[in-house]
Design a protein. Sequence first.
Length: 201
Amino acid sequence: MNATELPVGKNSGSSKIRTFIAVKLPDPVIRKLAGLQQELKRHALRIKWTRPENIHLTLKFLGDIAPEDVAPVCTAVDASIRGLPPMTLCAKGVGVFPGIRQARVLWTGISGQTDLLANVHQAIDVGLNPLGFACDQRRFTGHLTLGRFKGRADANTLIDLMKTYADMVSDQFMADTVYVIKSDLKSSGPIYTDLSSIQLV
């Protein structure tokens, strides 16, 4: 496990650290998704778009944790996925959460070796549970958030978009590293800092 130095210290007080665990995307996939966002913007959807360079595959969102909990979290993630294999994935299609009549998130799905991806997610879920992080109750669905709706979206428009982009596929990429990431929320968008990286082998 390779961990960066945390930007917390004697003067940081008890400030919480917003943390999540994710797989990053290679540049060709990011460019593909940036192009997809530009196409989708033509449909005049009221969406706050995710900056392309910030799009990632979230495995588990931990929320705000204490600085002293960061090291145990990184150690637990490392131990839980050590020895698991990397996986070949790609972005595919367009969808919404939680449904077309109450859409809040616009996303592109994940295709490829999703069974291996689910194994990594489950291992992290189980590995972090002894530290007080509840296991996810919903079935894990790998996705990449393109944007979040700022108001109610027309259901028929969303159905048309999902049909239009059902066959949209990015280049395949090898997901071989899992990151524990700090998120600093700014008015211009979140700033991400790696706290640790764990190689899948």
